[in-house]
Design a protein around this ligand. Structure first.
Ligand SMILES: [Zn+2]
Length: 121
């Protein structure tokens, strides 16, 4: 009787666990209309056009076409210079940005409502 030695069946199956985690981008990434850099919703301020003025939508819940801006005077200035507000918000006439400016001043003074860094004494 031929003795069949099946000793050399050394086929190792390597666990192919190189799965790419292609979840995509979690959460919405927005582009600042001032500096054109992208950022998360929490780092950008949503603005909308309302009655001829740019209005800060800090809760990002107001209806209508919105645009996103870093709450800094630098990005604001850039957006104004390139008329990004009227373009992004799809309006024909110039928008009053006075109200937005005062909101930005609050941000720059460190009073942004989304900051968790309030020190409880
Ligand atoms: Zn920006």
């Amino acid at each position: 009787m031929p003795h069949v030695a099946a000793a050399s069946s050394g086929m190792r199956v390597r666990g192919g666990s190189a799965r790419l985690q292609s979840r995509g981008i979690m959460g919405a990434v927005r582009t600042c209309i001032g500096c054109r850099a992208s950022g998360s919703r929490s780092s950008l301020l949503r603005v909308i056009a309302s009655h001829g003025a740019v209005v800060a939508d800090q809760s990002a819940t107001l209806p209508g076409r919105g645009a996103w801006l870093h709450p800094t005077s630098t990005c604001f200035d850039s957006a104004v210079k390139r008329r990004a507000f009227t373009r992004a918000l799809k309006v024909d006439s110039a928008l009053d940005t006075g109200a937005l400016l005062s909101v930005l001043a609050e941000y720059e003074a460190g009073h942004q409502p989304m900051s968790p860094n309030e020190q409880a004494d």
